[in-house]
Design a protein around this ligand. Sequence first.
Ligand code: PMP
Length: 398
Amino acid sequence: MDQSDLPQNHWQLSERARKLTSSAIREILKVTERPEVISFAGGLPAPVTFPAERMREASDRILRDNPAAALQYSATEGYLPLREWVAKRHSVNGATIRPSQVLITTGSQQALDLLGKVLIDPASPVLVETPTYLGALQSFSMYEPRYVQVPTDEQGLIPAGLTPALTAGARLLYAQPNFQNPTGRRLPIERRRALAEFAKKSAFPVIEDDPYGALDYAGDPLPTILSMAPDHVVHLGSFSKVLAPGLRVGYIVAPEELHFKLVQAKQATDLHTPSFTQRIVHEVVKDGFLDTHVPTIRALYRDQCEAMLAALARCMPEGVTWNRPEGGMFIWVALPAGIDSMKLLEAAVAQNVAFVPGAPFFANEGQGNTLRLSFVTVPPAKIDEGVARLAALIRERI
Ligand code: PMP
């Protein structure tokens, strides 16, 4: 239902609510639910990767052995064995992470909201990549920051661009070093080191949002910035891309002082993340399941990414460029200057193919000739067909 279809009343909404807008893209993309549409628009993981049988066994065991605890209210901080598992998993490359730094959240999307709540005042400067995750912009925008775009190139955020003039008064820097949504870029090791050094000296936290880190196709992850500066970085993790997003289980690793404030904010928001889903996640991951499961997800996404890269190389006209992701779920495409990807989307949807235009991923002025393609839920034959249709539409516009 569109907002204009809703019955009108005269209730006084908050200033904040009045500023909320529905995205034009979301309206256009509604049609992508039709089965005949080849959609490269979704950010959803492939359902074939959900370990349903493991989950069923885990929930049976939990409900048999300790139903009272699984179905009862529980601590805001989260289920202690899961917090301990997270702390251990991140105690690598010489870093020690304490369970007292870990807060389990209702997806990492909630982590973004909680960080906005405790760090942002109206008009506070917030540093973001160019472009950045649309959902982070939506969460932070509830707290009315002033966005400052950090210079970025095809390798990601440029730490040397974090000058005192640019960063003065900032409340946080939001970064995604691994297979960024929307660009698929991975930040090189020397830039990670530079960002860790920056975090150690900075008067505000560096937020490392990392839902895609495990999905590196070569199985050769780069160290997290958290591991390089464990008491100066706030790290967000998620089980959405390695188990299932419907569980809504993620986490924040933060220095204790900030952790405490986040716990207070979370208590007011939802008391705690569901006791039952936290226990299911712990039961499934505790004996090393991810070590065998994640490689199967990587292999699937790597093959589909290869199929899309091959189709792009075969079909796209000269002047269209894209990156070669080393992991994750997205390819970022730049069209020749002057082609508006928002207009292209309307034409594409009429031909039953969809993608997400790039402009909304920019906090301030966007590049209207960019777009994001996801390959994870589309089988290779359909990838070929969809890319060929898109290429034909682009060729008409050159
Ligand atoms: N951060 C990024 C960069 C994402 O792409 C997503 C999901 N699309 C999230 C956070 C939120 O993930 P979840 O709440 O499912 O953990």
